[in-house]
Design a protein around this ligand. Structure first.
Ligand SMILES: Nc1nc2c(ncn2[C@@H]2O[C@H](COP(=O)(O)OP(=O)(O)OP(=O)(O)O)[C@@H](O)[C@H]2O)c(=O)[nH]1
Length: 218
């Protein structure tokens, strides 16, 4: 059940003094069930890990301050549909809404890694006609090393080949890794907007060059 959907994804609005601009970013969390999408969201919103989250699909709003600037994150914590193929697991509506996507898998669950592979392909196919949305792949449950079935290298290489950023984290253990994921996605969203406007900054150019020459991005 979606409890709140903001349809105006738009991006910049003037603050009171008219000088600084407030940045708004719509973040879509995808991935198989039980990989920690809600854990990641709740960690980011509250800094806490509460263990059990229930099966609720929600959009949360959260204001963060980064480098003195207010950032308004809208986070769509999706539910992976049990009764359909992966090819039907992302809707047009979700992609149109999203400024950036976080795809989560569990390092202990190979099938969840396969879901991420398929969802990357699907997003790229669905976005063919529009500019592509930035994607971060998150390998979660890093604390469960003894149950690991997907190596860091495998995740990283796949992300590199799919032109996505990659993080391996534990939503259970630390807030910091989760924070880095959202901040990196915000940077990518800002770059994508700048490119759309034709004003990619030096950082964006460096990233593009790095991507062409195959430098790792984290
Ligand atoms: N050990 C460990 N457990 C985690 C971690 N992140 C989430 N979990 C656990 O994994 C289970 C699933 O977490 P959720 O956040 O509900 O996963 P989800 O992807 O939102 O699941 P759905 O609601 O089914 O889509 C819960 O029991 C969490 O406590 C982690 O980093 N480490």
């Amino acid at each position: 059940m979606v409890v709140q959907v903001k349809s105006n994804s738009n991006q910049y609005s003037k603050t009171m003094d008219g000088n600084q601009q407030k940045v708004e970013a719509n973040v879509l969390l995808l991935g198989a069930e039980n990989v920690g999408k809600s854990a990641l969201t709740v960690r980011f919103l509250t800094r806490r890990f509460i263990g059990e989250y229930g099966d609720i699909e929600s959009i949360y709003s959260h204001i963060d301050k980064i480098d003195g600037r207010e950032i308004s994150f809208n986070i769509w914590d999706s539910l992976y549909p049990q009764s359909c193929e992966t090819t039907e697991s992302i809707s047009e509506k979700q992609l149109q809404w999203a400024d950036g996507v976080i795809l989560v898998y569990s390092i202990c669950d190979r099938s969840s890694f396969e879901v991420v592979r398929q969802q990357v392909q699907l997003i790229r196919q669905m976005g063919k006609l529009s500019a592509s949305v930035p994607i971060i792949i998150v390998a979660n449950k890093r604390d469960l090393q003894h149950q690991r079935v997907v190596s860091s290298e495998e995740g990283r290489l796949f992300a590199l080949s799919a032109d996505c950023s990659f993080f391996e984290i534990s939503a259970a253990e630390t807030y910091h890794g989760v924070l880095l994921v959202f901040h990196e996605l915000l940077e990518l969203i800002k770059e994508t907007r700048a490119i759309k406007k034709g004003v990619a900054g030096i950082k964006g150019i460096v990233r593009s060059v790095s991507a062409v020459f195959g430098k790792k991005r984290e």
